[in-house]
Design a protein around this ligand. Sequence first.
Ligand SMILES: C[S@@+](CC[C@H](N)C(=O)[O-])C[C@H]1O[C@@H](n2cnc3c(N)ncnc32)[C@H](O)[C@@H]1O
Length: 286
Amino acid sequence: MGRHRREVSPNGGRVFEACKARVAVLPDGDSEELVSKAASLAQTLSLPVCDGGSTNAEQHDFLLLVKERRLELVEDVDGKRGSILVDFCRGAMAYRLHTARGSRQLLARAIGARGACPTVVDATAGLGRDTFLLAHLGCSVTAVERSPVLAELLRDGLARAAAATDADTRSAAGRITLVVADARDTLQKMSDAERPDVVYIDPMYPPRKKLALGKKELRICRSLVGDDPDADQLLNVALGVAHGRVVVKRQRHAPPLAPGRVGGHLGRTVRYDVYRPFTKSREMGK
Ligand SMILES: C[S@@+](CC[C@H](N)C(=O)[O-])C[C@H]1O[C@@H](n2cnc3c(N)ncnc32)[C@H](O)[C@@H]1O
């Protein structure tokens, strides 16, 4: 997609500039509270605000719509509007948390959660669905997302989950720390004490017609951030940092991200590939 590009900041750290999509912030009403919320979000993200003046909604590919109780990302394609938000309290995610026992158990097996839950860095947090599932299993999760726009949606969903009426949802939200950065940098900067048991990676899948059309969230996310062609580099960094294992989520029949898997957990539509970190491989070779 022509509007995606990666850049490196002058100090050598990676900044997320992958998305050259035009994004603006729009308050969903003209109350003082909404307008000021929108202005402060726009300032945080260095985005323009649609105020009916020179910045018009139509000039943008995406709008971050600031509503009274939530944040939505709206995309207009050929006059068709689609929007996404992060909501762990109701809808598909809440359903997945409370009823999808099979997929929870599959993920639990993949990360090696037997009894005590491992600490996890979810290096590709996206809309946080896997992050939240991991936290719901009992893991402490550091969720890293490099798209500041997606991270804001996730922050919004987490804030509502932290105030949910359901106690399990509140506790899961309390086990998540959100970091807006490139996970390669976050992982490389970790001290020995901070290194997690597990690094979990779910890179953007190469587009498949059926999936891309069927899943609105995935379609809008990909349209905003593009694919993740540097996922193999992320895996390499993760292998040098995780204490216990690195888990990569793939489509069921997709080729592995890299050779060297030591295990795989096959679900109906996805597969979790397990890799042994470099340190562990060295220990085992001794
Ligand atoms: C397929 S989505 C992840 C979906 C997520 N597992 C969920 O359950 O919602 C991939 C996400 O990883 C992010 N990402 C890819 N590489 C990254 C990196 N090196 N550091 C931080 N985020 C990254 C992308 O911006 C994108 O939002």
